[in-house]
Design a protein around this ligand. Structure first.
Ligand code: C5P
Length: 217
């Protein structure tokens, strides 16, 4: 059975953690679509010796391979910023569209997390979630991740980076980040991971029931 879970939301709100956990729980395949944009951003930076060229980025997006998604350094600060810049280029998004739709169409269920999954990539998804958290909470979570990885950053830098990335992701013309009308809003500000995953699990179980009834009825 095809079954698609779309999880969108701003950076560090917990969507990746939730996506991974529910994919494992239901035995669905998981695609972190942010990795696609990160891989394009990194390759574009590498080819431009640190400078970003939009035209080159679109070509790179068309030639992306699975190995590119496992490159080192995809989570670093420079690449993160580059990802959000190349993600605003319509040709880059277009080049990555088919791959994401094919991934979603696989039998056995798929969870995709990103910014435009419920609105653009899979508007017919069976379950849609939009995960948010307060800026302060997201910055705290991201800071602790970065410090664990040995990066030398402060809370204020992380907060400013998150805010400018959110503004770029929500303000762009091409597939801006926004909540789909039929998405469930999940605010994780006051929620521990387990509680957030439980809430998402319940939403997905209800959608699975509906999908099974559609098939049997
Ligand atoms: O999710 P993550 O923070 O790894 O995404 C990195 C960047 O990739 C985002 O800031 C956003 O600009 C872009 N992105 C996107 N659409 C997606 C997933 C990520 O534009 N579906």
């Amino acid at each position: 059975m095809k079954f698609v879970v779309a999880i969108d939301g701003p950076a560090a709100a917990g969507k990746g953690t939730i996506a991974k956990a529910v994919a494992a729980r239901f035995g669905f395949a998981h695609l972190d679509t942010g990795l696609l944009y990160r891989a394009v951003g990194k390759k574009a930076l590498d080819r431009g010796h640190g400078m970003l060229d939009g035209g080159v980025a679109a070509l790179i997006a068309g030639e992306l391979t699975a190995a590119d998604l496992e490159a080192e350094g995809l989570r670093g600060a420079m690449v993160t910023r580059a990802a959000s810049k190349v993600a605003a280029i319509p040709e880059v998004r277009q080049a990555l569209l088919d791959f994401q739709r094919r991934f979603a169409a696989r039998a056995g269920g798929a969870v995709l997390d990103g910014r435009d999954i419920a609105t653009v990539i899979c508007p017919q998804a069976d379950a849609k979630l939009f995960v948010i958290a307060s800026d302060q909470t997201r910055a705290r979570r991201r800071l602790s991740e970065l410090l664990k990885r040995g990066e030398d950053v402060t809370f204020d830098q992380v907060l400013a980076d998150l805010r400018s990335r959110d503004a770029r992701d929500a303000g762009r013309d091409a597939a801006p980040m926004r909540q789909a009308e039929d998405s469930h809003l999940l605010d994780t500000t006051e929620l521990a991971i387990d509680a957030a995953v439980d809430k998402a699990t319940r939403i997905i179980e209800q959608a699975l029931d509906r999908a099974r009834k559609r098939i049997s009825g």
